[in-house]
Ligand binder design. Structure first.
Ligand code: C5P
Length: 230
C-alpha cells in the first residue's frame, strides 16, 4: 500500500493572540507550515500531501509549497476533524482504501525524521495503526471544584498524544464520519478509531515535537530545529 500525508492547517490559533494563524508565523525566516512540509515533501515514500486550508487563508499563496506538484489543497472545516475529513476527500481517486495516511498537525514543525521513520516502520504491518506520543513525566492531578485537587491520577499508563497519526485511509474516513455523525468532535484521529473499539498503538517519540500554541513556543521551536540542523 502507498503512503500519503494529510496536514490540517485551517486553525485560526485563538490561543496565540496573534492576527496571523500559528501555522504562518515566522520561524527562522519561513512560515511554520513550510518547515512542517519540508519533511513530508522530501520523503520519497510519501506519494502526496493534502493540506487543509481555511476559507479565508491569505497566506498559503506566499509559501514555497503553494505550487508544488506533490502538494494538494483541501478546504478546511469548522474543527480539526472536519479539516482532516476534507483532506481525505481530496486523496480519493488517487489513493486506495488500504493505503496509509499520516495525519500531522501543520503546527508541529519540529518532528524528527528519525521519529517519522520509526513510526512508519513500526506500523506498516499493523492491523490498526497508531501515533507518536510520549509518556507523561509529571505527577498528574485531577482538579475538582475551586481548582482544588480531587485526586492524583496514576501516570504510569498516561501518554501525551502527538502526531503524525497513521491509519488506513478507508478506516480513518469511516471512523471520522462516524464520530461526526454522533456529534463527537474528536480532537485527534486516534480518538475516532477508539470510538470504534480499535486500539491504536503508541510509539514513543520526543518531547520536541511541540504544537506551536503560544507565542513562547516559537523561540523554542527555532532552537529545536537548529539542534536538528534544519
Ligand atoms: O487547534 P489545534 O491546536 O488542535 O490544531 C491542531 C491542528 O489542526 C493545527 O495544525 C490547525 O491548523 C488544524 N486545524 C484545522 N482545522 C480546524 C482547526 C484546527 O485544520 N478547524
Amino acid at each position: 500500500p502507498a503512503l500519503w500525508a494529510v496536514l490540517p492547517a485551517a486553525g485560526v490559533g485563538r490561543r496565540m493572540g496573534s492576527a496571523v494563524p500559528k501555522q504562518y508565523l515566522d520561524l527562522a525566516g519561513r512560515a511554520v507550515i513550510e518547515h512542517t512540509l519540508d519533511l513530508f515533501v522530501a520523503d520519497p515514500r510519501i506519494r502526496g500531501v493534502a493540506v487543509a486550508l481555511g476559507r479565508e487563508d491569505a497566506y498559503w499563496g506566499d509559501t514555497g509549497y503553494a505550487d508544488h506538484p506533490k502538494v494538494m489543497r483541501a478546504p478546511g472545516g469548522a474543527e480539526r476533524c472536519h479539516s482532516v475529513l476534507n483532506a481525505l476527500g481530496v486523496l480519493e481517486g488517487r489513493a486506495g482504501d488500504d493505503d496509509w495516511v499520516l495525519v500531522h498537525d501543520a503546527a508541529r514543525p519540529c518532528l524528527r525524521v528519525a521519529d517519522l521513520d520509526r513510526l512508519i516502520e513500526a506500523l506498516m504491518d499493523d492491523p490498526v495503526g497508531g501515533l507518536l506520543g510520549i509518556q507523561v513525566r509529571d505527577t498528574m492531578k485531577r482538579a475538582g471544584e475551586g481548582e482544588r485537587i480531587e485526586t492524583t491520577v496514576d501516570r504510569s499508563s498516561l501518554w501525551h498524544a502527538y502526531t503524525p497519526q497513521m491509519f488506513r485511509l478507508g478506516l480513518l474516513r469511516h471512523a471520522l464520519h462516524d464520530a461526526l455523525e454522533a456529534g463527537d468532535l474528536v480532537t485527534d484521529d486516534a480518538s475516532a478509531m477508539e470510538r470504534l473499539g480499535r486500539a491504536p498503538r503508541l510509539i514513543e517519540g520526543h518531547a520536541d515535537n511541540i504544537k506551536i500554541t503560544r507565542a513562547e513556543d516559537l523561540p523554542l521551536a527555532r532552537f529545536y530545529l537548529q539542534q536538528q540542523g534544519r
